[in-house]
Design a protein around this ligand. Structure first.
Ligand code: SF4
Length: 104
């Protein structure tokens, strides 16, 4: 439980630091890129990564485009995006759209 609460509290703290204008410029750029990634996301609902929305993702086998494909249904995480974009771990995005937007 503590393992999950700590990064969430940290992201809220980072959000406060950001809105106070005390955030480092390169980190602020990463936050903006994450916000842009969320902007047109199918799982977004207002300021939330909605648990009520889902997306089907097809994973293709690299050796064959038509064989061995698997469909996976991905659901939104239910997080408030204004704070979630400050989450340290880029894998926090259920659709992995933040993989190149790393805050570390
Ligand atoms: S966190 Fe990821 S899945 Fe959720 S709204 Fe943003 S881009 Fe979409």
């Amino acid at each position: 439980m503590i393992k999950t609460i700590r990064p969430i509290l940290s992201s809220y703290f980072q959000m406060i630091v950001y809105y106070l204008g005390l955030y480092e410029e390169d980190m602020a750029q990463v936050v903006k890129q994450r916000k842009w990634a969320c902007q047109d996301c199918i799982l977004r609902s207002g300021n939330w990564c909605s648990k009520k929305k889902h997306a089907s993702v097809i994973n293709y086998n690299h050796k064959s485009l038509f064989k061995n494909k698997a469909t996976k249904v991905i659901v939104g995480c239910g997080c408030w995006l204004k704070a979630k974009v400050f989450y340290q771990e880029p894998k926090a995005c259920p659709l992995n759209r933040w993989k190149q937007f790393n805050l570390k």
